[in-house]
Ligand binder design. Sequence first.
Ligand code: ZN
Length: 265
Amino acid sequence: MRPEIIEYIALFLFGTAIGSFLNVVIYRIPAGLSIVKPGSFCPKCKRSIKPYENVPVLSYIFLLGRCAGCKSSISFRYPLIECSMGLLAILMLWKFGWSWDLLIYTTLAAFLLSLTIIDLDVYRLPNPITITGSIFAIVLTLAFRRSFILDMILGGVVGIGVLSLQGLVGSLIVRLTRKKKTSALGLGDVKFAGMIGLFLGPGQTGGMFILGIFIATLISIVLIVAGKRGWTQRIPFGPYLAAGALLSLFYGKDIWAWYWSFLKL
Ligand SMILES: [Zn+2]
């Protein structure tokens, strides 16, 4: 049975509330601040934000994007992240219906979204978030889909294994070519891929790498051709992994089927 429109709207609103919490996580975790204390406040005038000013998306519209105290503008990315999380939640409902998978993959989406923004902001994937995500993956699997336990373990191994190998080869190349001791890939990326692997299992994690690298290559070429970026500039890999993970989750099977039929021609 397909969910009703009203169910999509309800889940979208619930998603924006999660997004509102993600805004707090994205702002505070990289800065080493607590996510519970103090309550939300304006970063400019430090005025604490009242509950009715903290309604996802709506408050931003009613306040016309300005702090009620000092009138300084509130970044547009707050409502944008809230809407993105709402959208991700209803995409999961569309794909999985009302099921435990909806809960599990919406949880994954929340971690993907927050880590993507943090990686773009500060080029880091903080341990407290990747480790919390991994714990969520394990607890949800043990509670709601026991048949997936082996897939979960293998997914984690594939996620960590592929990126460790890539990091090893990458830093070897860097060391040989530049004679400098730098790692081509952060440990944060490895833990991030491991976390996603626990949620997706080995097959879709493999798909995530292929799709993620494909998207990263495509965008890099576009940026280099457009003259916006040099060959050696550091790019955060997290967002590409996140995009690859979502694509693999939604269309992995279709893409494989298309690929094999393409080979047989
Ligand atoms: Zn203010």
